[in-house]
Write a protein that binds this ligand. Structure first.
Ligand code: HEM
Ligand code: HEM
Length: 179
């Protein structure tokens, strides 16, 4: 069966909106924005919550209510929504973040984020969009990768999260939130 965007939108309004917003514009930084997130990536995350490869008690309870077609319908719905961002007023911090994002840190063996997440932070089919995401959520995910609490991509992001300093983490999150 093909994804049913209208069914995804109804399900989202009823079951996801309280945390992520019906159109994916969550307000609180502990809940990721889903608007404009890449469809294939969204499907993978929902399946990872279901299998336990990505641990979140809240999300595990929610995906238990979805069949395969609803997972694809929700992903199609959220992917079709317009992304928004979180402006920062700290230009110096964002400048450090842009450096890290575009050039990495050769002295710490940190690759540039743009090599996977796109020059503008849009990601690709399998890579998450980071542009416009809540800085607080980005920081939390980097911590989760570091603590191996998010075990669905330990190879790449675990190494990266270990090589980011606290300043670089804050800075790249602020830069991305504003993109
Ligand atoms: C994360 C979808 C309902 C709380 C996520 C992610 C997706 C998602 C795709 C991962 C986003 C990313 O990796 O960028 C949905 C859908 C829902 C739903 C389709 C409706 C069925 C909820 C509700 C809550 C919630 C109702 C709160 C009670 C969270 C939290 C995370 C998350 C806390 C972050 C988990 C972490 O830190 O790894 N959700 N969600 N979600 N969701 Fe939901
Ligand atoms: C996921 C940040 C570099 C590959 C993520 C997430 C964040 C992030 C915050 C989680 C997004 C979400 O939950 O919505 C960064 C930063 C980087 C960087 C700040 C540079 C310092 C890279 C590079 C690669 C990469 C160089 C590829 C070699 C991935 C992949 C995922 C991911 C595959 C998704 C993992 C999954 O399926 O759960 N990244 N990233 N990242 N990143 Fe990166």
């Amino acid at each position: 069966f093909d994804a049913d965007i209208a069914a995804g939108a109804r399900f989202a309004a009823e079951h996801c909106g309280a945390c992520h917003g019906a159109t994916g514009q969550s307000v609180a930084p502990n809940f990721p924005r889903l608007a404009g997130q890449n469809e294939t990536y969204l499907v993978k995350q929902l399946k990872d919550f279901a299998s336990g490869d990505r641990k979140s008690p809240l999300m595990k309870e929610k995906v238990a209510m979805m069949d395969d077609r609803m997972i694809r319908s929700l992903a199609a719905h959220y992917a079709s929504q317009k992304a928004a961002n979180t402006p920062s007023d700290d230009a110096q911090l964002m400048a450090v973040g842009q450096f890290v994002y575009e050039r990495g840190n050769v002295y710490a063996g940190l690759p540039a984020c743009l090599s996977c997440h796109d020059t503008q932070g849009r990601g690709s089919a399998n890579m998450p969009r980071l542009a416009g995401q809540h800085p607080g959520y980005i920081e939390t995910q980097l911590l989760h990768f570091h603590q191996r609490a998010r075990s669905n991509d330990n190879a790449v992001m675990t190494v990266i999260s270990a090589r980011l300093s606290p300043l670089e983490t804050k800075a790249v999150a602020a830069y991305l939130g504003n993109l």
